[in-house]
Ligand binder design. Structure first.
Ligand code: SF4
Length: 354
């Protein structure tokens, strides 16, 4: 199958592949890179409007390098995995400084940039530079592990090496850009995680997982451990003029560099004492408890209980600076807000933060 795999895949792609995605138009390394980073852990349909807005704001690498991090994070609000946005921004600046604004076209140079791994580098090299370079994203891993019924979890080093070897062996010398798009399309449209459409697949006769009726068993997943649960309170503090206090999260860690609400991790009964000792605020009324909700990250659940409260006067200690900001729901600023915080603010104060 290896010998004619690419030719058969390309024949399928010519008839059934996706040819009109926004990043397939006006192809250049910058557009390919942005789309590849956005598509990590995120579906095409979600990415399209984000990609288009991003390109409107930062049509070139130079525009992105010149931007401040705040506006990049703002455009990323809702896409999640915000380290991707911070790395994009860092990488744009590095390319400007170290590569004179020219996108590198060597694997080692690309892999040395923040946020670019071997698979993303392979996609940039093949799609934007027409170089033969394999990719191994989640779609390709799924296709290969099923075709060859490869056992072992994909995080296992030996399995990874085996998959990279196979990815390399299947990659053709010609039409490399189309091939990269084609293998991603096969995984995204036919060889989907649940209920793959094997009857429409050009490799049904050779596919071992299909033959053994075990498509659901590949790729093998690590047995999931129960995620730990973190609990804390988020405080919606409004001052008499109606603005709400936001604080910037530390750049390392959850929601790094984004604007969020003050977080309190102590005993619920001590919440008002904490507010007084931290900010010197006296409250106008008793804090109002809002419905709790859970936000799940890859490594823990966060059970959040929001409290809404109003202060009667605003001490000078809480001023506008790069770590604290008063957010006016009537005139929402373009800030990088995590999606759950944006939603909480919008629901509580009835506005739209776009
Ligand atoms: Fe995937 Fe089914 Fe094709 Fe096998 S036959 S590669 S499981 S779509």
């Amino acid at each position: 199958m290896i010998q004619d795999f690419a030719a058969r895949l390309l024949a399928w792609f010519d008839r059934h592949g996706r040819h009109d995605l926004p990043w397939q138009q006006s192809i250049n390394p910058y557009r390919v890179w942005i789309s590849e980073i956005m598509l990590q852990q995120t579906q095409v349909s979600t990415v399209i409007p984000y990609f288009e807005r991003f390109m409107q704001s930062f049509p070139t690498l130079a525009d992105l390098a010149k931007a401040d991090e705040e506006s990049v994070l703002h455009l990323w609000t809702g896409l999640g995995y915000y380290a991707r946005a911070r790395n994009l921004h860092k990488t744009a600046r590095l390319i400007q400084e170290k590569h004179h604004g020219l996108f590198p076209n060597q694997l080692e140079q690309l892999e040395a940039l923040p946020g670019i791994g071997r698979s993303t580098a392979g996609a940039i090299l093949s799609i934007a530079f027409q170089q033969r370079a394999p990719i191994l994203d989640g779609n390709v891993r799924r296709v290969l592990t099923r075709l060859y019924a490869i056992e072992g979890t994909v995080s296992d080093k030996n399995t990874q090496n085996l998959l990279w070897n196979l990815a390399d062996q299947h990659t053709p010398e010609k039409r490399v850009a189309d091939y990269t798009q084609a293998i991603m399309d096969l995984g995204a449209t036919l060889c989907t995680r649940s209920q793959p459409q094997c009857s429409a697949c050009p490799f049904q006769t050779e596919c071992l997982a299909f033959h053994n009726q075990q498509t659901h068993a590949f790729p093998q997943r690590q047995t999931k451990k129960a995620l730990p649960i973190k609990k804390s309170f988020l405080v919606l503090l409004s001052r008499p003029s109606g603005e709400i206090l936001l604080e910037k999260r530390p750049s390392n860690g959850i929601w790094g560099g984004l604007w969020s609400l003050p977080e309190y991790t102590g005993e619920e009964s001590d919440l008002t004492n904490w507010i007084f000792s931290k900010y010197g605020f006296s409250l106008e009324s008793l804090p109002k408890k809002l419905p709790a909700f859970r936000h799940t990250f890859t490594h823990f659940h966060w059970d959040i209980t929001p409290y809404q409260l109003a202060i009667s006067s605003c001490p000078l200690a809480v001023s506008e600076n790069d770590q604290q900001s008063w957010f006016d729901p009537q005139k929402p600023k373009a800030l990088g807000l995590p999606a759950p915080i944006k939603k909480l603010l919008e629901n509580t104060y009835t506005f739209n933060a776009n």
